[in-house]
Ligand binder design. Structure first.
Ligand code: C2E
Ligand code: CA
Ligand code: CA
Ligand code: CA
Length: 279
């Protein structure tokens, strides 16, 4: 029995060691990614459902891994949070989105806002409002062309500081959007408490319209509420013409999804904008 005890203890420590070694390796890899420019932003256009004009871009981060190819955020944002490195990634995303959109504006492309995503950990680990003020100052982008997307659970998780941070961002002139709207466990009270400008209807509802009557009723209710509260409204995950037509008929003013375009690297985003200018 003693032997087994010792053996299982050894097994336990060696598991711990390999786990911490693995974390260390991943941390070095991620650090290299940020420092050596392996991260990149892809941009997904948002359009007006009425006439198809470009209304904005959402920046989505990817990791161009030398061996593994393109790695998607669901595979490394959580890791970056566990490693305490999400602020490095987030600061890079913020800076790069502001820089790129300013370059496009200066080059005569449509002057539309860019949205970035911030996770709960970022609000907990850093002074987001200060970082945003710095990035805007350094890139020369006007605050109204930066939108920040956060989820309902981020609003709930981030405690008392959240309200101050959001008001500080508003004071800068940045616009705030609730991402994945309708999926979080939260009350609607935060819409009164926080200075929210925009709702993004979660893809899970959009996917099921118009065939599913309940999903359609929920989308309709969210759109109506957004109008009553003077909030902007975007439907995400629009994949079919049928969905787009229904959203337009429900007066959902803005849409984003594969039907319009997949998220594209910067050069292809620029090409997409050029084509849409001359339509
Ligand atoms: P999200 O903010 O809800 O972004 C929408 C996701 O849906 C993106 O996945 C996008 O590529 C995908 N998508 C867009 N249109 C469609 C569609 O029509 N159909 C389907 N099936 N999918 C569509 P992606 O780029 O893999 O990002 C996943 C999540 O990772 C994002 O969800 C966001 O929560 C997070 N994320 C992305 N970039 C960042 C970032 O810079 N910082 C942080 N903290 N999180 C990020
Ligand atoms: Ca988003
Ligand atoms: Ca979303
Ligand atoms: Ca999501």
């Amino acid at each position: 029995a003693k032997d087994i005890g010792r053996r299982s203890f050894q097994f336990y420590t060696s598991t711990l060691e390999s786990r911490s070694t693995r974390m260390l390796m991943q941390e070095q890899l991620l650090r290299r990614a940020v420092e050596q420019g392996e991260l990149e932003l892809h941009y997904q256009p948002q359009i007006a459902t009425a006439d198809g004009t470009l209304t904005g871009l959402e920046a989505l981060v990817r990791w161009r891994h030398p061996q593994r190819g393109l790695v998607y955020p669901n595979e490394f944002i959580g890791l970056a949070e566990d490693l305490g490195m999400i602020s490095e990634v987030g600061r890079w995303v913020l800076r790069e989105a502001c820089r790129q959109v300013k370059v496009w504006q200066d080059a005569g492309f449509p002057v539309v806002p860019v949205a970035i995503n911030l996770s709960a950990q970022e609000f907990l680990q850093r002074d987001v409002a200060r970082d945003v003020a710095e990035a805007l100052w350094e890139t020369g982008l006007e605050a109204r062309y930066l939108h920040i997307e956060l989820t309902e659970s981020t609003l709930m998780q981030s405690g008392g500081q959240m309200s101050d941070t959001l008001h500080a961002l508003k004071a800068l002139g940045v616009s705030l959007a609730i991402d994945d709207f309708g999926t979080g466990y939260s009350s609607l009270a935060y819409l009164r408490r926080h200075p929210i400008d925009k709702l993004k209807i979660d893809r899970s509802f959009v996917t099921d319209v118009p065939r599913d009557a309940d999903a359609t009723a929920i989308v309709n209710a969210i759109v109506q509420m957004s109008h009553s509260l003077h909030l902007q409204i975007v439907a995400e995950g629009v994949e079919t013409q049928e969905q787009l037509d229904l959203l337009r008929s429900l007066h959902c003013t803005t849409a984003q999804g594969y039907l319009i375009s997949r998220p594209l690297p910067a050069d292809q985003t620029q090409a997409w904008m050029s084509q849409h200018l001359h339509k």
